[in-house]
Design a protein around this ligand. Sequence first.
Ligand SMILES: Cc1ncc(COP(=O)(O)O)c(C=O)c1O
Length: 345
Amino acid sequence: MPLVTRVTDLIGRTPLFELAATSTGTRLLLKLEQFNPTGAAKIRMAREMVLDAERRGLLRSGGHIIESTSGNTGLGLAVVAAERGYRFTAVVDHHACKDKLRAMRAMGAELVFVADDGDDNLATSAREDLAEAMAAARPDAYFTEQHNNDANAVGYYSVAEELLEDVERVDILLSSVGTGGSLFGTATRLRELGYPAKVIGVEPVGSIAFGGEGGPYWQSGTGTPPGATIGTAVDYSLLDEGLKVTDVDAFATARAVAAELGLMIGGSAGGSVHAALSRLDEFPAGSTIVTLVCDGGEKYLDTVFDDEWMADRDLLDPTAEAEVRTMLHQYTPAARRPVALAEAR
Ligand SMILES: Cc1ncc(COP(=O)(O)O)c(C=O)c1O
């Protein structure tokens, strides 16, 4: 790798990890986006939204970026703002993971909370209204509005390009949907490059993008809570199937993957991996399925990986974790199977 001079030079070229394989040659590959700076995929789109605003004259030297964020978008924007000399205000709620908020502050972001301390409900809609109002009141401010910003999806075109450098084709792209940017941006670019993949979106039970009853959920950074509007980055025309995963299954999967493989994935990736593993045998033989791991598990040590936090919310489920471990054993790729001692000698 050449010498780099900016943190954003480190974005991308994230590893592809073979998590599971069936006897029919179907395999589940994880694009480990936690290897980006900030430990998340979102920095790809944060950079693209700022560059796009500069190109369109919406953001001028020394200007002010405002965004509503559950954490990872804010982390990405904090990096880009620091590098390019902008002021950045993140409109957040107490549902966001504390470490993400602390890291944003460390990188010079200003935090504005929509709810009082102690209220840890997801407040996407209130956050967006406040961010919009704040931006409207300041002449030098630009609301990046990730849910309705075309640059969000464009920020993930590089994911598709990197995938095609690593594998011959992607048959199924199965990943979580929050704003929709990462799944639909990657799918759009795969299609443009002549490799259309089947697109399967995953959201938490309680999220409303794929219909069904709305309600609370704990998976962070993903889904659309009741009351929030679904933005233009969710491109239903590209969606082949929309699935829902419970918090219990999503978190049990993140915990089982950590314990079995030493790989820490976040709760939303846990949801996608659960959906993929549960259906692995149903996909056509020889399929290559790719899931984006939007962030790593290290951000959730106080929540998903904390037994007390999990038990207090009725999320701890040893049976669900055991079921995931069974699937991981059943689908262990040949290259990872333990070599018998006699064979090794
Ligand atoms: C933790 C987490 N889950 C899921 C997603 C998917 O979000 P989106 O649909 O907004 O690209 C993201 C964003 O990258 C995220 O940070």
